[in-house]
Write a protein that binds this ligand. Structure first.
Ligand SMILES: Nc1nc2c(c(=O)[nH]1)N[C@H]1C(S)=C(S)[C@@H](COP(=O)(O)O)O[C@H]1N2
Ligand SMILES: [Mo]
Length: 536
């Protein structure tokens, strides 16, 4: 018999079976994912296993790790996460597949276990729509398990000899080569088909949202933004533009799939403590109200000193304070019972803002437009909040669908549950945009320039220091409003050699930007931005 352990043909055959088993595992994994994505495209794009597991991973990521990811991968952090999930899946698929020729049922069952992981992640997402969210993972896993079971069957079944009736069935090559190749090819083609179908379905499910955005015509604002004074924008190459174009505006959120909401069916509900007249608003109802247009600088609490997560846009929206007042809401200083407004998004995010600040006269907006167009999907279409002076995570809810008046004692929103502060006014900060770190400018006059911000307080002074020298007053560009950042410049007489440039700002309360370095957690980084250059 040929099951002699030492038969070289058998050893070669066993090794080949392990490799072909591993290949079967990968094919099963692809089939499972492709089918799951196709089904999720039909059910709900957010219910796909990769997105669900990724979302669950994001929710459980400690603040420090999240910050590290943002620091190292920036806005690509989501791609890196999904690639990581796929890599882990691929490794498990290889291992399961390699074992499957010897443990056929166990291998198939292993695929189902992964389906369960995806399914339980999907149904436990805060935006889950119920048990149906498990369907993509379950159907995908069943498809994957079946593919593995069938393929591995070809690897273990002896090939039918091309002999006459009664011809001996010998192991010969010990497996059904033709059957395997056919089944593997069929599985690959079917997976590709399911993947393509998923894409088509996904696109058509976003069609209504895209069409609804394309139809929006933003009326001229009843209260337009004040004109940006001359001299707000310095003509110095390398300085951030005063208004940040939408395509380069930073994006920070937890959404692995950007919500695409049909504005015609979207509604916003306002309710909770102290709300005597609860309100449900449609997009058109908001468009019919008086629109205000304001330039506001938005900053992320995860922005490191000198970091890129800050930008200024021209927002169009309705005054949140007016809406709240219509609902009967009074700020705590006037006896209102609610001191926290919790905004909820369609993707289950919650952000909590202080009611007092929202109603203190600042331009807290329910924004519909950004830089002259309806909000881009990435930035919250159809409606988001924007509040001058507060970090984004305590104010700037994108894809908003619900506003609840409550108290800070009664409820901790998403980021507060993850070690971030309940209240987070923007810290006074300044950044050197030019020269860039490790630049090699020529000796002589070097223009040092950048931006400084202290939203809703305003910037009164910026100073620059070369090495350990004295602080020198920078020239401030004209101020637009105290809610926007301010550009500054300093003509440096640069001598040859290595130098460190440092900047600090003073806000209108007289507070000087502290030198004390803190991390971004829990309420924003402090410290001063420095740039090292070599003058040649
Ligand atoms: N729905 C939702 N809204 C959100 C977030 C989010 O993760 N989900 N992130 C917040 C944070 S931390 C910031 S800094 C701003 C960023 O807005 P942008 O991406 O438009 O720049 O959105 C805020 N709104
Ligand atoms: Mo943020």
């Amino acid at each position: 018999m040929s099951d002699d352990e030492n038969d070289p043909r058998d050893r070669r055959h066993r090794r080949a079976r392990v490799w072909l088993g591993a290949l079967s595992g990968v094919l099963a994994g692809c089939a499972a994912l492709a089918v799951a994505e196709a089904v999720s495209a039909a059910v709900r794009p957010q219910a796909g296993p990769v997105v669900a597991v990724g979302g669950a991973a994001i929710d459980r990521t400690p603040a420090a790790v999240k910050d590290w990811a943002i620091r190292n991968f920036g806005t690509a952090d989501k791609l890196v996460l999904q690639a990581g999930i796929l890599l882990v899946l691929a490794l498990f698929a290889l291992a399961l597949g390699a074992l499957a020729p010897r443990f056929r049922r166990t291998g198939a069952a292993g695929v189902l276990v992964f389906g369960c992981v995806g399914a339980s992640a999907a149904v436990s997402r805060p935006d889950a729509s119920g048990p149906v969210d498990a369907v993509p993972s379950v159907v995908g896993a069943v498809a994957g398990a079946a593919v593995l079971y069938v393929l591995v069957g070809r690897l273990t079944r002896p090939a039918r000899r091309a002999g006459g009736p009664g011809g001996a069935e010998g192991p010969a090559e010990g497996w059904d080569r033709r059957g395997f190749v056919l089944a593997a090819g069929a599985a690959a083609v079917a997976s590709a088909g399911a993947g393509a179908l998923g894409r088509v379905l996904n696109r058509s499910s976003a069609d209504d949202a895209i069409a609804s955005r394309a139809r929006v015509v933003l009326p001229a604002p009843g209260s337009p933004a004040s004109a940006v004074p001359r001299g707000t924008q310095l003509r110095i190459p390398g300085v951030s533009p005063f208004l940040t174009p939408n395509r380069s505006f930073y994006r920070v959120d937890t959404a692995l799939v950007v919500p695409r909401i049909d504005a015609t069916t979207w509604r916003l509900r306002i309710h909770g403590q102290g709300v005597t007249r609860p309100l449900t608003l449609s997009y058109d109802a908001l468009l019919r109200r008086e629109l205000v247009e304001r330039d506001i600088t938005l900053t992320c609490v995860s922005n490191e000193v000198g970091g890129p997560y800050v930008g200024t846009a021209r927002w169009i929206g309705v005054r949140l304070a007016d809406l709240l007042a219509e609902c009967g809401v009074r700020p705590p200083s006037e006896g209102g019972p609610a001191d926290q407004l919790v905004a909820r998004s369609v993707d289950g995010m919650t952000l909590g803002s202080p009611v007092e600040e929202l109603m203190d006269g600042r331009d807290a907006l329910l924004a519909l437009g950004m830089n002259g167009e309806p909000l881009p999907f990435d930035h919250g279409f159809p409606v988001r909040m924007v509040v001058p002076g507060l970090y984004g995570y305590v104010s700037a809810c994108k894809w908003i669908r619900d506003i609840e008046l409550t108290t800070f004692d009664a409820y901790d929103p998403y980021w507060v549950q993850r070690d971030w502060a309940r209240r987070a006014p923007v810290k006074t900060q300044s950044r050197i945009d030019t020269p860039k770190p490790f630049a090699r400018p020529r000796a002589g006059t070097v223009m040092v320039a950048g931006v400084a911000w202290a939203q809703h307080r305003g910037i009164d002074r910026v100073e620059v220091r070369v090495d350990d020298g004295p602080w020198r007053e920078a020239r401030l560009a004209a101020e637009h409003t105290r809610d926007t950042w301010r550009q500054w410049s300093y003509a440096w007489q640069a001598a040859k050699g290595g130098h460190t440039l440092t900047v600090r700002a003073t806000d209108r309360t007289g507070a000087v930007q502290t030198e004390r370095r803190t991390r971004t957690v829990p309420d924003g980084a402090s410290g001063r931005h420095s740039v090292v250059v070599t003058v040649e």
